[in-house]
Ligand binder design. Structure first.
Ligand code: AHR
Length: 680
């Protein structure tokens, strides 16, 4: 039996109607049945002959030779301009996307915020180290470090003595990754109690303490809380491993407190409090145009004013997905992430819930949103603009999109949206306001249509979680959309197949779905897959499938990621007219680069047969180079990538010979293809 995904639902949600919806991607039995139905009837002898030939070669090479299939392209007939912001990212704290994911912090439960239950017991990821078992480790709430972080770790080490260390260990987010010749920035707040002065030894070491990867000593000063910082450097001889822990210990008897213990490896662009390099690179490669944040369901628990400023001022929170958020990835970090990757922020603001009536009860949230916009965009003379400067970012950020809530439904949303709309437009007329609209979740049979009638939203946010057959059948969803209506942001979409990351079957569904969004990208101005990230440790994730998987040490991309990479790399800026006749389960989108004249044909063959298609290109003056390029992603439906086999399914490039205004191309079974046809 294939993986059954565990119950996947947010613990807290603004969208009450979805609270008890487990997400169980179904077995895809339809695929085979429907293909059986489409098989043409052929003379028996011929079938037998074909069967012998095919089985003697390889099933994977099976070619079906049915009716003549033709893709007709009208090179000069532009049917739509591709939205410049068409493809972006959606992100939230789910599956340890930030803590234990993109946020490069290696220490789990670095501050034990009172009232927030860590996952692994009262002291979270911390354990005591003392071979004599005389040490005590407790949560101390009598020596507050700050208002936000009142609880600290208290270590009683009466039995510490030279040669016998006592201390605490933290195993990180399912391991601490150690690389050779690497500098790790360690910091913590410490306070000696009862004349204790240390020194403290800090080390990155193996779980049994037998191997030390990096180590240093820090004297503890008497008096109030003090911040200690040092760099732990590994030697060149280490084999990369995540089988490691951070230890803070002493060989002198006494009692001391620590809080906000932090360990950072090198980060993207070397930003302090920054992000993981391998994951950022994978995102950068997609050339995303925008970032929708902070959720998703996570929006409900994201109190942005508590996520800015020094880490010591950030209390963290329990998030919608049942584990603590450190708020290390705060509002400013999201904005800087946008800046680093050249993405437009698409800011989700909290919009209350079903029970929140528009009017005075909603006004604090409206004001909170106005403050949030001012923080990002305001002049340095404004209250929140000045706060941004104080937090280290004098330049205002660009902000053109604000979304009111996430997956809002019910009768109260219309008036709630209107209140936000009026207040935001009055102060920021250029900001485009996005409203919740559709939820089409065929994997869970959950369907919502939310209609804002009292105002005309600039953009509607539609969400699609589709069984694979539905991704195919709904690929034409926007073909007949009213061009006079609001633009569409498909703010969350995925084909629900595979766990923890999607498989090839999902990638076929996703790619078919993308052909529809791209063909209609004059209307579908933005779109983003969800969820983006998953820590693949079994205890770490709540949702499947996801786009990019990782553990503490390694990361990989799903087949769906590679399908998106192909679409994003060969985007073009004009959709040109194309029609395809002849075969089911083949999907196309054809675009052109208006500067170079290059035509990009994206094709999905979701059939279990390879198919030859005649490509006819018409249009006055069209001349193509005889050699183009083909990029192909193929794999068996259930095959996928993983930490162990990260590149099982990746796009392969080769030259495409024989290009002309009429030529034939064989699209392999279960494949996503881009043909790059260069103008002469
Ligand atoms: O993408 C996962 C979840 O799906 C999001 O948090 C929510 O918006 C939707 O229900």
């Amino acid at each position: 039996m294939r993986n059954r995904v565990r119950e996947l639902r947010p613990l807290v949600s603004m969208s009450v109607g979805r609270l008890n919806r487990p997400r169980l991607p179904g077995e895809n039995t339809l695929l085979k049945q429907s293909e059986e139905r489409m098989k043409p009837i052929r003379p028996r002898a011929f079938c037998v002959l074909v069967g012998i030939i095919l089985s003697s070669v390889s099933m994977a090479a099976s070619v079906h030779a049915p009716q003549h299939a033709v893709l007709q392209i009208e090179a000069n007939k532009v049917v739509a301009r591709v939205s410049p912001n068409h493809a972006g990212l959606m992100t939230e704290e789910i599956n340890h996307s930030f803590d234990g994911g993109l946020y490069a912090e290696l220490v789990r439960d670095r501050a034990l915020t009172v009232g927030i239950q860590p996952k692994a017991g009262a002291l979270g990821a911390w354990t005591v180290i003392d071979q004599l078992s005389a040490a005590g480790l407790a949560l101390d709430v009598t020596n507050s470090l700050s208002e936000a972080l009142p609880g600290s770790l208290r270590i009683d080490a009466p039995s510490a003595s030279p040669g016998h260390r006592v201390g605490i260990a933290n195993g990180g987010f399912w391991g601490i990754p150690v690389h050779p010749s690497t500098s790790y920035r360690l910091s913590f707040y410490g306070k000696a109690l009862r004349e204790f002065s240390g020194p403290l030894q800090v080390s990155i070491e193996s779980p049994d303490g037998a191997t030390t990867y990096a180590r240093t000593e820090i004297p503890l000063l008497p008096g109030p809380w003090k911040k200690y910082e040092t760099v732990l450097k590994t030697t060149s001889l280490i084999t990369p491993t995540a089988d490691a822990r951070l230890v803070i210990s002493t060989e002198h008897p006494g009692t001391f407190l620590v809080n906000l213990v932090s360990l950072f490896p090198p980060t993207w662009k070397d930003r302090p409090n920054g992000t993981r390099v391998d994951l950022m690179q994978k995102l950068a490669d997609l050339h995303p145009k925008f970032l929708r944040f902070p959720g998703g369901s996570y929006l409900a628990s994201f109190e942005w004013k508590k996520t800015i400023g020094a880490l010591i001022e950030r209390p963290g929170n329990s998030n919608a997905w049942g584990y603590p958020s450190s708020y290390g990835m705060g509002y400013l970090e999201f904005l800087e992430w946008c800046e680093d990757l050249g993405m437009e922020p698409v800011l989700g603001v909290k919009a209350g819930d079903l029970q929140t009536a528009a009017g005075s009860a909603l006004q604090p949230l409206v004001q909170d949103a106005l403050d949030e916009i001012e923080y990002a965009t305001g002049a340095t003379t404004t209250r929140w603009g000045a706060r941004r400067v104080q937090d280290g970012h004098p330049e205002p950020f660009k902000l053109h999109y604000v979304e009111v809530g996430n997956e809002e439904e019910g009768p109260s949303y219309d008036a709630r949206f209107a209140q936000f709309y009026d207040a935001i437009k009055a102060r920021y007329p250029a900001i485009q306001l996005i409203a919740s609209s559709l939820i089409v979740d065929t994997a869970n049979q959950h369907y919502v249509t939310t209609q804002v009638k009292s105002r005309v939203p600039d953009v509607l946010d539609d969400h699609f979680y589709l069984k694979v057959e539905d991704a195919f059948s709904k690929a034409d969803q926007y073909d007949h959309y009213d061009r006079g209506g609001p633009k569409i942001f498909v703010g969350e979409w995925a084909t629900v197949e595979g766990s923890p990351t999607s498989n090839m079957l999902a990638a076929l569904g996703d790619a078919a779905w993308m052909t529809g969004m791209e063909r209609n990208s004059d209307v579908v101005v933005m779109q983003a897959y969800a969820p983006l990230f998953v820590n693949v440790n079994k205890e770490a994730y709540q949702w499947s499938p996801n786009l990019i998987g990782y553990d503490a040490l390694n990361s990989y991309c799903s087949p769906s990621y590679y399908a998106q990479l192909m679409f994003n790399t060969y985007r073009g800026d004009e959709v040109i007219a194309s029609t395809f006749k002849g075969l089911p389960r083949l999907f196309f989108s054809v675009t052109k680069d208006s500067t170079t004249g290059t035509i990009n044909v994206k094709a999905v063959n979701a059939s279990r047969f390879s198919h030859k298609v005649e490509i006819r290109i018409t249009g006055g003056g069209v001349e193509l180079e005889a050699v183009g390029k083909v990029v192909e992603l193929t794999g068996e439906p259930r095959e996928t990538n993983s930490i162990q086999a990260p590149t099982k399914i990746v796009p392969v490039e080769r030259s495409l010979n024989g290009v002309g205004t009429t030529f034939e191309h064989m699209f392999p079974r279960y494949s996503v293809t881009v043909l790059e046809l260069r103008a002469r």
